[in-house]
Write a protein that binds this ligand. Structure first.
Ligand SMILES: Nc1nc2c(ncn2[C@@H]2O[C@H](COP(=O)(O)OP(=O)(O)OP(=O)(O)O)[C@@H](O)[C@H]2O)c(=O)[nH]1
Ligand SMILES: [Mg+2]
Ligand SMILES: [Zn+2]
Length: 359
């Protein structure tokens, strides 16, 4: 792979300006984009082509509080190694990021970064679940990318307009595109997003047809698809890791494995956007701190009663909000713990110096 221009990978002024501000010239660092992330190994693309890379240990494994680790889609500064792995020095500030709350490690997990569009994919059969779409939309609005809803497996569906009507109610102002990767129906409607230097992240449960759509758009088999699987609800993950793919026309797609769990992570803006109707009602309550319980003049209760607001939508809003608050509390605790261990390691260091002084 010769003559690669990192600009074609979306390296725009936003990132260039950050680099100009850093005085790293003597290190000979070059811009790169992260295309794959494995446990401790990365795959990056630079002007020299694709290569494996690892983190500069002293900069990343040093128990600092504010280390930012690379995710798929990131622009980083790296040092070229002609004989082996490149070395990643720094992750540049992101223009967008999709993250979820990892309930096992109780912290933020980044799914993808620096994309322009978020394709929220759901299939028009067993998988269809309006609450999940509300959840995806909330995180997508928060991400900084533009959400688009893609309804897959159009060829398997007889009552699509019914599904579309349901989605329109919860996805106000979001494009909704039904497609079939088998018959090709609807693919031309996606074409307005398929432009050079544009990055799109594909999200959705396992088996909805994310990788199939990558192939349908590309017109060739780039991603592996499990053809014997019929019922997507019972599927095993076919795609096993997140990956940024460059199509022939210069569009980049981040294909992801389906996620079982999509916990809320810092989504207050996302909630504002995806539940604008709900928050509008709440802002009209008589008391500013209304708990929407038994207070008089509660606009939410009135809307629920009149049917202007559906009970399902209200309940889901409350649920997502609670989850987000939980994640926020956990984050605060984690920050405090990190702060403590950071202080401890500094204290240890000083103690060592001190002992040496008197030796
Ligand atoms: N009938 C029909 N089947 C489809 C369509 N798109 C995908 N499929 C089938 O659905 C199954 C899953 O497709 P994948 O593309 O692997 O799904 P995925 O979302 O990438 O799944 P993971 O990688 O596990 O997250 C495969 O058997 C596909 O052949 C479609 O438009 N119509
Ligand atoms: Mg896949
Ligand atoms: Zn109220």
């Amino acid at each position: 792979m010769n003559n690669i221009k990192i600009e074609d990978y979306g390296y725009i002024e936003f990132y260039k300006k950050q680099v100009e501000k850093l005085s790293l010239s003597e290190e000979n660092l070059i811009p790169a984009r992260v295309v794959e992330v494995h446990r401790e190994q990365y795959k990056i693309i630079t002007e020299f082509g694709e290569n494996t890379a690892k983190l500069k240990g002293s900069l990343f494994y040093n128990n600092e509080k504010n280390n930012v680790y690379p995710a798929v889609g990131d622009f980083v500064l790296a040092r070229k190694n002609l004989y082996g792995e490149d070395i990643i020095y720094k992750v540049l500030e992101r223009k967008s990021k999709f993250s979820r709350f990892d309930s096992f490690y109780e912290k933020e997990q980044l799914v993808a970064t620096n994309f322009d569009y978020v394709f929220i994919m759901t299939s028009l059969n067993y998988d269809f679940n309006i609450k999940r779409i509300e959840r995806y939309l909330t995180i997508a609005w928060q991400s900084g990318g533009m959400p688009v809803i893609i309804l897959t497996k159009l060829d398997l569906c007889n009552n699509c307009s019914d599904y579309i009507n349901q989605i329109e109610k919860v996805a106000i102002g979001v494009p909704i595109i039904p497609v079939s990767s088998i018959t090709g129906e609807g693919i031309n409607e996606i074409e307005s997003y398929i432009k050079p230097s544009v990055t799109i992240v594909f999200l959705g449960s396992s088996g909805v047809g994310k990788s199939s759509l990558v192939n349908a758009i590309a017109g060739e088999e780039i991603m592996k698809v499990n053809d014997i699987r019929e019922d997507d609800s019972k599927g095993r993950h076919t795609t096993t890791h997140r990956q940024l793919i460059m199509l022939n026309n210069g569009t980049m797609i981040i294909d992801t494995p389906g996620m079982r769990e999509l916990g809320m992570w810092q989504v207050s803006e996302g909630l504002n956007m995806s539940f604008e109707d709900v928050e509008n009602f709440a802002s009209r309550c008589k008391f500013r701190d209304c708990s929407h319980g038994s207070e008089p003049g509660c606009a939410v209760k009135a809307a629920l009663k009149s049917g202007e607001l559906s009970a399902d939508r209200w309940e889901n809003y409350i649920k997502l909000k609670k989850e987000a608050e939980y994640a926020e509390r956990k984050e605060k605790i984690n920050m405090r713990l990190k702060e403590k261990s950071h202080q401890k390691s500094i204290a240890k260091f000083h103690k060592k110096l001190h002992i040496k002084d008197f030796e």
